[in-house]
Every structure is written in C-alpha cells, then in structure tokens.
Design a protein around this ligand. Structure first.
Ligand SMILES: Cc1cc2nc3c(=O)[nH]c(=O)nc-3n(C[C@H](O)[C@H](O)[C@H](O)COP(=O)(O)O)c2cc1C
Length: 199
C-alpha cells in the first residue's frame, strides 16, 4: 500500500515536470524573405519592445538556428559532423534546453536567470535569449567557436527575414551563466543572442 502511494507520488511528480516542457510546432521550412533580402537587412539591433514570441515563430527560429534539415545533419555545419553545439533558451520565467531531435524545449531551470546573461538593457526587453553552448566532450573549443558563428548567423538571417531584432553577445560571465543554466563540466557558453521585437 505504502509502496503504491510512493509510486503514485513519483509518477505524479514526473508528469508535472514533463508538463513544463514545451512541445514545439513542426517548423515551417518555406517562406520568409529571399536570402539576398535577408542579407541586405542583417544587422545588430539592441532595442526591443517586450512581446511574447508566437509559437510558430519560436519553432522556426530554433530550427533555423540549429535544427535538423536532414536525417542526421543540421542547418549549421560542424567539423566532422560532431554536432557539439547546443541551444538553451532563456525566457523571463525560466530556461529550456532545445532538443532539436524531438522538437521540444525541455525545462532546465525554473525562475528568472536573465541577470546571468549580462547587458540587462538589451536582454530584459528581448522576447528570449538563445544561449549557444558547446559540449566539449564532442569537439574542441576552437571548432566550437567556429561552429557557433554559423548558428549565430542563422539567427541573424532568420531575424532579418522576420523583421525581428537580434545581436550576438560575447559580454557575459561564462561561469555565472553556466551555473545558472546548470551546465555540465564539459559544457561551455560561447555566445548569447537575444531576439526581440522592433519598434
Ligand atoms: C563574437 C561577437 C561578440 C559580440 N559581442 C557583443 C556584445 O557583447 N554586445 C553587443 O552589444 N554587441 C556585440 N556584438 C555585436 C557587434 O558589436 C556587431 O556585430 C558589430 O558592431 C557590427 O554591427 P552589425 O552586426 O549591425 O553589422 C558581438 C558580435 C560578435 C560577432
């Protein structure tokens, strides 16, 4: 009887935790501005109007950044297809790991961790910030820094195409942010990229 009750509570807790994950819409792989138009409009924007990002835009953004566009390959290249890059998404009330394979945002932190992103004048007004993380179990820091550039540019081009604002940011305290996101020992933050709505 006691054992059954404990099991029920554990199952309930597990379901509650899963309920906090966000199942993303299937990404739309068509539409947007032409590549040349997006390149013409790519720029860093640091002033945003606070708004929630629509679910479809969120899914498209993350897919564009580093989603799977083939069975085992992604929109951003990595040396020897090591796929060492991971995206975390920071909202006002929590942080998520982007599981690109499952197309799910997995809740990793409850509560506001935006202070660890730095530059609050930019990040507090963004709809979200993408934290580009490298898993150094899979590749070298040199390769990861190069790989992060492709992801960052994907975000820039998607933002330009959608009329959103974004800026690549290197000014953050890596240790503080890693702690806030509960990263593992071999995970390191490479870039932070807020995305927000323009006036
Ligand atoms: C690796 C890297 C780090 C950057 N770090 C910051 C930053 O910490 N804060 C910021 O406001 N802009 C940052 N930027 C944005 C640059 O200032 C910006 O790209 C540059 O001024 C050129 O402007 P543009 O992107 O509009 O062409 C960074 C850009 C790169 C590529």
């Amino acid at each position: 009887m006691k054992k059954g009750l404990v099991l029920c509570i554990m199952l309930g807790l597990a379901l509650m935790l899963q309920a906090q994950d966000i199942k993303l819409n299937a990404p739309e792989r068509k539409g947007g501005k032409t590549l040349l138009e997006a390149l013409s409009e790519r720029r860093s924007e640091r002033v945003y109007v606070k708004k929630t990002m629509p679910e479809q835009t969120l899914s498209n953004l993350l897919w564009a950044a580093n989603g799977f566009n083939r069975d085992d390959k992604r929109t951003a290249p990595t040396a020897m297809n090591r796929q060492e890059m991971e995206l975390y998404v920071v909202f006002d009330d929590g942080a998520y790991f982007y599981d690109a394979r499952k197309n799910v945002l997995q809740r990793v932190v409850d509560g506001d961790v935006r202070a660890a992103l730095g530059q609050p004048n930019i990040t507090n007004e963004a709809a979200l910030s993408i934290v580009i993380v490298a898993d150094l179990n899979k590749s070298s820091i040199e390769n990861a820094r190069i790989s992060s550039g492709y992801i960052s540019q994907n975000i820039y081009l998607f933002a330009a195409s959608e009329g959103l604002g974004t800026v690549a940011r290197g000014s953050f305290k890596g240790d503080d942010l890693a702690k806030a996101l509960r990263l593992g020992e071999k995970q390191t933050v490479i870039l932070v990229q807020p995305v927000g709505f323009l006036k």
